[in-house]
Write a protein that binds this ligand. Sequence first.
Ligand code: DC
Length: 211
Amino acid sequence: MTSPLTIAIDGPAASGKGTIARRVAEKYALRHLDTGLLYRAVAVLCASEGIPLADAQAAGERAVRLDPADLKGEGLRSAAAGRGASVVAAHPPVRAALLDWQRAFATLPPGAVLDGRDIGTVVLPTAHAKLFVTADPDVRAARRWRELSKDHDIAYRTVLQDIEERDARDAARPDAPMRQADDAALLDTTNMTIDGAITEAIRLIDARLCT
Ligand code: DC
């Protein structure tokens, strides 16, 4: 039996990594896990159950009891859930609680594409291919603003500030900070369309899988 194929795709918010990961999973007939959803679900559950986001122990205990159905909860994609996720994601007990889940998902045949912040560095350090997808903060903010402003009255500056704060918190935390793995290929999507970025991602992954 061949071992499950694992592909790690990391990067900051609105870099395009989620869309790329979904399309890469389709291309290689793998399952896909958006690991940001796990942290978003923990944050939303903590908020709705009166658990302070700053309480690392209590948030970790809530993360241990996370159920797959929680990933389908309402409001997980909101800007508030993203901010909350970035706060609870800095707590080691939360990260520890979600680690086995992510690895179990990834290693179930036929394998999976996981996207997040620490997939190539911590969750799947031996992934068969790794990408770090990024783009300039103002370009990422414009993309996110176009999405959010369809349903909400929100200023571009607010979105940019939110993205910059989240980048800083995710990269500065001591436990599993967001960073490019040494063996990850860098994909900067600043001047790319999403279709162009997907094509380039598949080219980079094909090159990794063939070596
Ligand atoms: O990818 P996203 O915007 O849905 O992620 C929300 C937050 O979750 C992000 O700001 C940091 C955290 N996160 C993380 O720390 N590690 C991951 N593998 C995925 C997300």
